[in-house]
Design a protein around this ligand. Structure first.
Ligand SMILES: [Zn+2]
Length: 258
């Protein structure tokens, strides 16, 4: 087998293990639980998850998605998060190789996966995750050759500032909170990696995705009270951020007509 492909498969396994840890964060952070104690257990019957029941993706398949003791269904979110994180690691490796760029960009991807799933479930984004993202982006900017700390801070400021202005105007003229401060802080994080142009791309493209998804959901749920129909914005901003992380150079040169 091609050596590169073999390494990519190993990296997938590594990513899936990180994904397993992200599942712990996704479950425990919004519930204000400790992320180290107690060890993983079934939320229904308290059955302690053995190491062989905790192998990313494989255990879910082997257990047919149920707790081995009480047979309560395990959320499909667990293998999905593990798979997404594994794929993120593999693709990052194929794009950046085993470099410092790989390490930081994978941190970016792991964080937006955790953020997106927490936002989907709880409509909140934990400050800790945005802060770790923001700080890692600043540290990375200090190492990157094509991107400075000033670029990172500018990206952060433009993104968070722009989104804050929209949130403020929305609240002022419509009297409802359309955007949470979690989304504003998320842009402060994404901006440190993507720069000012990337931040603006994330806001516009993320909004477009959000509107399309919102209209689709509203159409599918005609009977629901649309005024109360709240969609989390974090996952759409995150998807736009991931697209820019991988294709930013192409998007930028296309936009500026280079
Ligand atoms: Zn159980």
């Amino acid at each position: 087998m091609d050596n590169n492909l073999l390494i990519a498969i190993f990296i997938f396994a590594f990513g899936a293990i990180i994904g397993s840890f992200l599942n712990v964060l996704i479950y425990r952070l919004p519930r204000d639980m400790s992320i180290v104690f107690p060890s993983s257990h079934c939320p229904k019957c308290g059955h302690k998850i053995r190491w062989y029941e905790n192998i990313p993706i494989a255990s879910y398949v082997a257990l047919r998605g149920r707790c081995s003791k009480c047979k309560t269904p395990i959320s499909l979110r667990y293998p999905i998060v593990e798979f997404l994180t594994g794929i993120s690691a593999s693709i990052s490796y194929l794009k950046w190789g085993l470099t410092i760029d790989f390490a930081f960009n994978f941190v970016f991807l792991a964080l937006v996966i955790a953020i997106s799933f927490i936002d989907l479930d709880f409509k909140i984004i934990p400050d800790e995750l945005n802060l770790i993202g923001f700080l890692s982006g600043l540290i990375y900017a200090g190492i990157r050759v094509d991107f400075s700390v000033i670029d990172a801070l500018l990206g952060s400021f433009v993104g968070a500032g722009f989104l804050f202005a929209i949130a403020y105007l929305y609240l002022k003229f419509r009297g409802i909170e359309g955007l949470g401060m979690g989304d504003v802080k998320l842009l402060a994080f994404l901006g440190t990696y993507l720069g000012w142009f990337g931040s603006l791309f994330v806001i516009f493209f993320g909004s477009l995705l959000g509107v399309i998804a919102g209209l689709t959901l509203a159409y599918l749920n005609k009977s629901e009270d649309k005024a109360k129909f709240e969609i989390p914005f974090g996952p759409y901003l995150s998807i736009a951020g991931v697209i820019y992380l991988f294709f930013g150079d192409i998007i930028k040169s296309w936009y500026f007509g280079i």
